[in-house]
Design a protein around this ligand. Structure first.
Ligand code: AHM
Ligand code: MG
Length: 343
């Protein structure tokens, strides 16, 4: 029989201590977060637990769904990314902490219903990044960013949602991988928490994450190479043939998972533009900017190939942008190659 002591050894600890996300958020006030912001981060952790429990059963639900696209309750099968989106809206819209939300799954920004008090923050998120991987059991994740409203007296207007990443007060992601991990920063360090499934608690697993000085990986979709311009092709060649021979190639196809691996081991993720699609695929507001914020607070850098992603002011909530993100010198090298071969 396993002793309780052995069970405890399997839990994540920092300096031998168990620290829940709630404890960490409370203890780090006022440095990292305070009041409503802390509560929003804690609500995102709860959203992550619920979405995690849904994604864990996705394979099973898919089998049932395939029998006739009807689930066991006799309802039509919903795509998991819509379920994740619904979970976040239903957890967040009535708390009195938000003035509006922007989600990848809805064309317009989400207004807080009249009957609820409006708060001072804007939540932007991609409920399930990499969702094309769901049916093959590959890691996916929720990306989020939090802004303050521009004016407390007129909360919840489009302009509140169109702020540059530089104005983010916090950002993070929840990665549903071999374990469920929440990574966030409120501007002072990047911290990660692992969901202990039998306790239902996120426990602090790493404080102050930093990109390694000796990066291990580069990540982009090589198959798209035929669409790239010369600068990107030369940069890819430099990474593969000319730079550090230790550098290896990995591409999951879930940006949040690729980013997490590169944050953990050092590396660079790229989703460049091409002459046909100059802005690439990744969305600025709720995918690129939150990860660029985390990168910067972990000693890295996020760029659109020309400038810092955090400086770009969105003109549309679903605007796309090329993305180069990871170890600073690898991203700056991309900027250098793109500038050199710019037509
Ligand atoms: P999604 O938000 O609809 O899942 O799309 C974004 C995802 C990223 O996670 C990933 O890096 C990219 O799409 C993969 O695209 P591609 O198949 O073109 O390489
Ligand atoms: Mg996405």
């Amino acid at each position: 029989m396993t002793s309780p002591i052995n069970d405890l050894k399997n839990l994540p600890t920092v300096d031998g201590k168990f620290i829940t996300i709630e404890r960490f958020l409370l203890d780090t006030q006022p440095q990292y977060a305070r009041g409503d912001l802390t509560a929003i981060l804690y609500d995102m952790a709860l959203a992550g637990k619920i979405i995690s429990s849904q994604t864990r059963r996705a394979g099973l639900l898919d089998v049932l769904g395939l029998a006739g696209k009807i689930n066991v309750q006799g309802e039509s099968q919903q795509k998991l990314d819509l379920i994740a989106d619904d979970i976040i809206v239903r957890l967040m819209d009535h708390t009195g902490r938000l003035a509006a939300m922007v989600t990848e799954e809805r064309k317009e920004f989400v207004r807080i219903p009249e009957k609820y008090r409006k708060g001072s923050y804007i939540l932007v998120y991609d409920p399930l990044d990499g969702s094309s991987n769901i049916d093959t059991n590959v890691s996916i994740g929720t990306i989020f960013g939090i802004y303050r409203v521009l004016d407390d007296d007129t909360p919840g207007i489009l302009e509140d949602c169109l702020q540059p990443g530089r104005s983010l007060v916090a950002a993070g992601y929840i990665l549903y991988g071999t374990s469920t991990i929440l990574v966030y920063s409120a501007g002072q360090g990047v911290h990660s928490f692992t969901l202990e499934p039998s306790l239902g608690e996120f426990l602090l697993s790493q404080e102050n994450m930093r990109f390694s000085d000796e990066p291990d990986f580069y990540s982009f979709n090589h198959a798209a190479g035929k669409t790239w311009d010369k600068g990107m092709r030369q940069y890819a060649k430099w990474l593969r043939d000319e730079h550090d021979p230790r550098l290896s190639y990995r591409y999951i196809g879930s940006m949040v998972a690729d980013f997490h691996r590169n944050l953990t081991h050092g590396g660079v993720f790229c989703y460049p533009g091409s002459p046909e699609k100059p802005n690439g695929k990744i969305r600025l507001l709720y995918e690129a900017a939150p990860l660029a914020f985390l990168a910067e607070h972990a000693g890295g850098y996020g760029s659109n190939g020309e400038k810092n992603l955090l400086e770009i002011v969105p003109s549309d909530i679903h605007q796309r942008t090329p993305v180069f993100i990871g170890n600073r010198y690898l991203v700056e090298k991309a900027e250098e190659f793109l500038a050199k071969y710019k037509e």
